[in-house]
Design a protein around this ligand. Structure first.
Ligand code: DAH
Length: 364
């Protein structure tokens, strides 16, 4: 910037004309109040207050005035610059206040919001399926019954018509509880809860018994020494196999989808007579794909055993077999889970890695 002008030039001195100064002030004030952001205000301030602004240029001309005119011109320009400065300062304060208020709203932190940046884990699919199955039967009016995992050998075997010399007793890979002869085993199935229930209450009985069972199988891709079953038991007057079939069909339709049905295939269990394997219509191909990987092209998937409660079991539990009949079934949960969701390796179910469980969604 050049220094004060010492040479009188009527054209340049025109900048000191009172009207020109009033106009410069008016346009500066208008600019200040029109600014809507601090950046805008800064730019306008430079234009109206900076070295090249009309008032700064006018100020430079004061030196060129005759001494008699200097004082008045100086006062006028000084006042004008003062007003402009004040206007910009005031507008700046307003815009800063607005900005601060906006930041307070925009950057509000709600400290009551739960921090979900940390993973919260996932429920195991075995728990989810068990609860879903329980819900289905409870909705049909059944009750949930439970029994201990360390079970009396008599309830796990004898009362279920599996006598000491019964061949099936050896087939169950039983884990016995020390010391030898304790009469206790880790239950090999949920069927002893049937007997406990019948000893405990009078018919009519409609119960579902979910729980852990144990066998001395090593853990591999398809076996685990600890797994889960659920047992169904109905004892009432006039119960027939048709009730068994109807209940199973109603259940699988709810678990696997409307239209899914079961097939009963003749079989043998000591505690039921007659007995049947339960097959479920393949929920992937509905029996229409010879190459289906889920059912192996058979159209059916075996999920458990069932039958009419053996008269000897009713008698052992103190129920009159001439008055009451009943049906029972037992299904494996791991197997259903593997088939239903294509889980290829039992290790995934057993190891408890949250990345496996999280895939099944969170149901509470
Ligand atoms: N307890 C049998 C098992 O673990 C399954 C079973 C079969 C249960 C037939 C039953 C039934 O109630 O009627 O292999």
């Amino acid at each position: 910037m050049s220094g004060p002008n010492k040479n009188y030039d009527p054209v340049e001195v025109a900048a000191l004309d009172p009207e020109a100064i009033d106009q410069a002030v008016a346009s500066a004030l208008a600019a200040a109040s029109a600014a809507t952001t601090l950046d805008e205000l800064k730019a306008l301030r430079a234009a109206h207050q900076g070295d090249r602004s009309p008032l700064a240029l006018a100020n430079r001309e004061i030196g060129a005035l005759p001494p008699s005119a200097k004082a008045e011109a100086g006062k006028r320009v000084g006042q004008a610059r003062g007003r402009v400065g004040q206007a910009f300062t005031a507008r700046q304060a307003e815009l800063e206040a607005e900005r601060d208020e906006r930041i307070l709203v925009e950057e509000t932190l709600d400290l009551t919001v739960v921090d979900d940046a940390r993973p919260i884990g996932a429920r195991h699919p075995i728990s989810l399926i068990t609860e879903r199955v329980e819900d289905i039967f409870v909705a049909m009016g059944w009750e949930i019954a439970e029994g201990p995992e360390v079970e009396a050998e008599w309830l796990n075997f004898d009362a279920l018509n599996l006598g000491p010399d019964h061949p099936a007793r050896q087939m169950q890979d039983t884990l016995f509880v020390a010391p030898e002869g304790s009469g206790l085993v880790l239950r090999t199935h949920t069927s002893p809860v049937q007997v406990r229930t019948m000893l405990d209450r009078e018919p009519p009985i409609y119960v579902l018994c979910p729980g852990k069972v144990f066998r001395s199988d090593p853990l591999d891709a398809t076996h685990t020494p600890v797994f889960h079953q659920f047992e169904g038991l109905v004892v009432d007057e006039g119960i027939t196999m048709a009730h068994l079939k109807g209940s199973l069909d109603a259940f699988v339709a709810r678990l696997f989808g409307e239209g899914t049905v079961t097939r009963l295939r003749p079989s043998y269990f000591p505690f039921t007579e007659p007995s049947a394997e339960i097959d479920v219509r393949c929920w992937i191909c509905s029996g229409e794909d010879d190459n289906c990987r889920t059912c192996g092209g058979t159209g059916w998937i075996e999920v458990g055993g069932s039958g009419m409660v053996n008269r000897r079991v009713l008698s052992a539990a103190g129920i009159d077999p001439d008055r009451y009949t009943g049906f029972a079934f037992g299904l494996g949960i791991e197997r259903s889970l593997m088939l239903r969701h294509g889980v290829a390796d039992m290790h995934d179910i057993v190891e408890g890695d949250v990345r496996f469980s999280a895939q099944f969604g969170m149901e509470i």
